[in-house]
Structures are given as C-alpha cells and as structure tokens.
Design a protein around this ligand. Structure first.
Ligand code: ATP
Ligand code: MG
Length: 443
C-alpha cells in the first residue's frame, strides 16, 4: 500500500548551494529560459523559481548531444558539474557544465513576446494581454515577489502585535460606503454589491478579537481610466480596539512599514537589486494637519480651487516638501474635513468640522486612508441621519455599536499603490498581476 510521508524532498539544487558543490554533479529543474548556440557549444540559462542559472553545453563535457527538443521554455531536468566561472569584475560566479538534459515538457509554440531578455520590451497592453507568459520574465516576476514581501511583512508585523487575520464577505447586501463606485450584481434575483472595502465587517470584529487585519481583494467601479485606479485591488486593512487616540493607528502603520522595508532589504534583496528599487529609510514619519497643508499648497501652487480635498499636484507638492523638510518619503496628513470623510469617521470633539482621520502620502501619492471610528450608538445614528442615510438599512452594522464597542480605528492600504511607488512605476497596472480596469477583464 502506498503511504504518504508528508515529505517532498527538493530535487533541484538551488544556485545558492553551488558554492558548496564545486566539481560535484548536481541536478536542477527549471525552464530553458535562454539558449545561445555557438558552433560547438551553447549557453543555456535555466530559470528556476527565483533564480537564473547559467549552464554550458559542450561535447567536451559528456557524450550527451543537444536534441531538437531543447528549445526555450521547455521544462527540463539538467544534470551537470558545478564549476567556478570567470567574471570580468572578479566576483564569484558558478555555472553548470551540462552532462545531460531531460526534457520534461516541450512547449507547443514560441512565446508571442520575447521574455528571455533583461526585460519585456513591448507596450503595456501587449504585456498585459500575454500575462501568463510575460510574468515569466525575471523582472516582471520580481515585481510580484516584492509584492509578496510587502504582504508578508504586513502580516508578520501585525501577527506579532496580537492581530487576528480575518476574511470578510465580498458579496454584500448593502454597498459598504455607498456612492457611485459599487458593482451591482444579480444574486438569485436580488441585487447585491461587491465589497468596496471590508470596513463594516472588520469593525464588527473589534469587540470579538480587539485587533484584526485582512489582506484581500476589494472592488471599485471606477468609471474613469487613470494610471492609479484599478477596479479590483488588494486592500491591506487593519482595525484595532482600545485605542487612546487615532495616532495609535498611525504609529502602528509606521511600525508595519518599517518592518516591511526591512524585510524587503534582507529577504527580497535579489528582487530589490534586479528592479533597482529604492527602499525608503523610515525612522519616524512626520505629520501635518490638512488645514496647514492646504494653506501651504495655496501659497505655493497656482489655481487651487478645491479647498476640501487635495488635487494630485498638491499631494505631489506635499511629498516633495516632506522630503526636503524631514528627509521623509512618507507624510501623514491628518484632520481631514468631516464633509469629506465617510459616515463612520469620528469627528474631532475640539473642532467637529474636522475628523480624527488621516491619509498617508508616499512619495507624493495617497496610499492609505484611516482614522478613528465612531463607537457610540447614538452618535453613529445621529451622524447617519445628518448625512441623510437611513439607519434602518444599516441594522447589521449598527449591532456593533448597539451591543457595545470599544474606542477603535483602523486603515486601508492599497497594495498595488504601494508597490507602484516603491518601484517607481507610472502606471498601477504594472503592479497588478492580472489587472482589472475599465477596459480589461482578461487574462
Ligand atoms: P483615491 O482618492 O486615490 O481615489 P480613495 O480615497 O478613494 O483613493 P480609499 O477608499 O481611501 O481610496 O482607499 C484606501 C486606499 O486604497 C487608498 O489610499 C489607495 O491606496 C487604495 N485604493 C483606493 N482606490 C483604489 C483603486 N481604485 N485602485 C487601486 N488602489 C486603490
Ligand atoms: Mg482615501
């Protein structure tokens, strides 16, 4: 009888172990990423999960002869001897002198886009059309390895701070925050909405677990085609109870970002290097009140007409200001106008025109919105009424307040936005594996 042991040994030697295996025969498994055939020898680069390994074929090394099946993108098992190779700069490099190539699977066609060069040189739309193929390019895949690092850092940091990971429903009877950008869908004859954020559910879990977080997709029916909006994006959210002030949330985010950046520098160094990512140094993050930031923008920039919110150029200006003034890539802007924040936002008791809320700007672009939420039942019902909302429609949500909730707050951080600005991209689509925008739902 066959029995499962629970062990799947790794049968491919990673490049990192080559230095300990010089002159020994090892096996690697991967895709034949790039093949350069010369008259009597060939360079074959093998692409493993995270590395590119140079292999050299020559009849000198074994009796094995290259067959017609040895083509780029074939999945193969390559056996050979590890040797130290010459480098111009004198650094240590190793390669494999091929003894044998076993083709495990041969592609049926040549890729529609060249992916074996340093980067894919094609239009964004072509890159996205052929995503399952273009993502194989080392630079493309590095973007999402970095994105994995960001999520992992967020998760590890929060778990270390006593947060519980949750998953809230994405199909909801009421659109979380209302407005025009909700997707409606037919649900067995009823109209339901795709979640714009986990807001109302993560708040409900504060009296249960005190501190919760979620990393999950959210949906926004953005009708416009911009370089910073997707229709489905990954939101990294947390919500925490028993806060003394909304600044506790900003402090927690500062800690999370520090942890994430440190993790990227250490465990994601190959990808950071490949993409030439400038990982920000964070010591502390400066804060400025919305009113003061606005005054500064009005003084320094022309034609500012919207006094209730920032235009992208104002955010860009504030980003530069934070860099010059505090040498910080990040800036918290606090106390946004009450009129401009959602119904669950706590107004400042000292000045009810403004809220105990904040945005975080990274290199001059918003990546986070957060703040303290209303926890008192009567206060929440009153605010809903004042905003023309019907509290009866929010019966489930209001159970939170009705049956007792501690002072709490939280935030939502857009994963693709953060990735985009970390890597210096002009378009958020480059930071989405399979982006969904107004014109794109495939692949
Ligand atoms: P913006 O003003 O940039 O449209 P928002 O204020 O509507 O964003 P929030 O509801 O505050 O967005 O969402 C929290 C975070 O989620 C934002 O700071 C951003 O990082 C990210 N985000 C929001 N909308 C999108 C979107 N359509 N595509 C990608 N990320 C988004
Ligand atoms: Mg926002």
């Amino acid at each position: 009888m066959q029995e499962m042991t629970g062990v799947v040994p790794c049968t491919s030697t990673p490049y990192s172990e080559f230095k300990d295996n010089v002159d020994k025969v090892v096996t690697i498994k991967g895709a034949l990423h790039n093949i350069r055939e010369m008259s009597d020898f060939a360079f074959i680069i093998v692409r493993t999960a995270r590395e590119l390994i140079q292999c050299v074929y020559s009849p000198e090394f074994s009796d094995y002869r290259l067959s017609d099946d040895v083509v780029e993108q074939a999945a193969a098992k390559v056996t050979g001897k590890v040797v130290k190779s010459e480098t111009r700069d004198g650094s240590e490099r190793y390669e494999l002198q091929i003894h044998n190539i076993e083709i495990l699977s041969k592609p049926a066609a040549v890729p529609p886009v060249v992916i074996s060069k340093k980067q894919v040189n094609c239009d964004l739309s072509v890159n996205l059309d052929f995503r399952p193929v273009t993502l194989r390019n080392p630079k493309e895949r590095a973007i999402f390895k970095i994105q994995e690092g960001i999520q992992r850092g967020f998760r590890e940091f929060l778990q270390g701070q006593g947060f519980t990971e949750i998953h809230t429903p994405k199909i909801n009877f009421a659109g979380a925050e209302g407005g025009t950008n909700v997707f409606k869908l037919d649900y067995f004859g009823k109209t339901v909405y795709l979640a714009q954020s986990p807001q109302l559910y993560k708040q409900a879990l504060v009296p249960v677990y005190e501190r919760v977080f979620e990393i999950a997709p959210v949906f926004r029916a953005e009708h416009h085609d911009t370089s910073r909006h997707l229709n489905e994006y990954i939101s990294m959210d947390f919500e925490m109870g028993y806060i003394d002030s909304f600044t506790d949330i900003m402090n927690m985010e500062t800690g999370a970002l520090k942890y994430i950046m440190q993790l990227l520098k250490t465990e994601y160094a190959p990808e950071v290097e490949l993409l030439k990512a400038e990982i920000p140094e964070i010591t502390t993050i400066p804060c400025i009140k919305f009113k003061d930031a606005k005054e500064m923008c009005v003084k320094k920039l022309k034609n500012i007409t919207d006094m209730k919110d920032f235009e992208p150029e104002e955010e860009a200006f504030l980003g530069k200001w934070a860099k010059q003034q505090y040498n910080s890539d990040f800036l918290f802007v606090t106390h946004y106008l009450s009129k401009k924040r959602p119904f669950y936002t706590m107004d400042d008791p000292d000045d009810p025109e403004v809220t105990l809320s904040f945005d975080l700007l990274f290199r001059g672009i918003e990546i986070t919105s957060g703040g303290q939420r209303i926890h008192d039942y009567n206060m929440q019902v009153e605010k809903m009424k004042k905003l023309g909302m019907n509290p009866e429609e929010f019966e489930t949500y209001l159970m939170l307040h009705k049956y007792g909730a501690p002072p709490h707050g939280g935030l939502g951080l857009g994963l693709e936005r953060l990735t985009m600005h970390l890597l210096g991209f002009k378009n958020v689509r480059l930071a989405a594996m399979f982006p969904r925008d107004i014109n794109r739902v495939t692949p």
